[in-house]
Design a protein around this ligand. Structure first.
Ligand SMILES: [Zn+2]
Ligand SMILES: [Zn+2]
Length: 249
């Protein structure tokens, strides 16, 4: 597979319209459709009026790779539901590459491995990236490659909301900290429950990278308190096979 297929492709889609109100209505469920058909990493995305051009609506999103940023207009369902709406535009929608600081800083790539020795569940607040990382190449695994990822996805949305509550400090901060950091919190018990169900069905080990407030590189499993095995990663350093947890960084 070529290099361009390995990287998420952040972009803006530009819609030039004679009737901006009508176009806004026409586009309300558009990004959800793109997501549903597997073109973008996450939905919903930001839709805004252009700062610089009148009669222009912009949607900011991240395609799973560059190729998908070109293919979506040919998808039969997009043609069926949107061709008519797009024909009212001044010109066809335009996709423009729009670098994303988070993706650039970490040089994020998509995992293209055929199988995974194990998977890391590591939620990614503030990015569109999948919460799954490959245990072999250490890159993110696209959600549509993971069997029945929907429950994990719902879970990670909640995780990230709780993380934001913690970051906001003040009201509910202590509550959020417990949810994120205590092994037995409702949030964390739920993650392990999903992981165990996944393991039963797919026989692939997922390790949950449990949140730590401070750097703590001790090798003690937060659940059973025994020593974990070293991972091949810079972080988390250790994993407990029995408890499905990864920790230490
Ligand atoms: Zn991989
Ligand atoms: Zn353990």
């Amino acid at each position: 597979m070529s290099e361009k297929n390995e990287k998420p492709y952040p972009a803006i889609i530009i819609f030039k319209s004679k009737n901006i109100k009508e176009t806004t209505d026409d586009l309300l469920s558009f990004s959800t459709s793109l997501y549903q058909y597997g073109y973008i990493l996450k939905s919903p995305m930001e839709m805004r009026y252009s700062y610089t051009h009148e009669n222009q609506i912009e949607i900011i999103l991240t395609f799973i790779d560059e190729e998908h940023s070109k293919l979506w207009l040919d998808h039969p369902e997009i043609i069926k539901y949107y061709q008519n709406r797009f024909s009212k535009l001044i010109e066809p929608p335009q996709v423009i590459f729009y670098p994303d600081a988070y993706l650039e800083a970490d040089d994020e790539r998509n995992c293209i491995c055929k199988s995974w020795p194990f998977i890391l569940l590591s939620p990614e607040p503030f990015t569109d990236l999948s919460p799954f990382k490959c245990g072999k190449c250490l890159n993110h695994i696209l959600l549509n490659k993971i069997p029945e990822a929907i429950q994990f996805e719902e879970w990670s949305v909640i995780h990230n909301h709780i993380y934001e509550i913690w970051l906001a400090s003040g009201l509910l901060e202590k509550w959020a900290e417990k949810q994120l950091g205590k092994y037995k919190s409702e949030l964390n018990k739920n993650a392990v429950k999903l992981i165990k169900r996944f393991y039963k069905k797919n026989r692939i080990h997922i390790y949950y990278q449990i949140w730590q407030k401070e750097y703590d590189n001790k090798n003690i499993c937060p659940s059973c308190e025994k020593k974990g095995k070293e991972t091949n990663m810079k972080k988390p350093l250790y994993a407990c096979k029995k408890c499905f947890l990864a920790f230490g960084y």
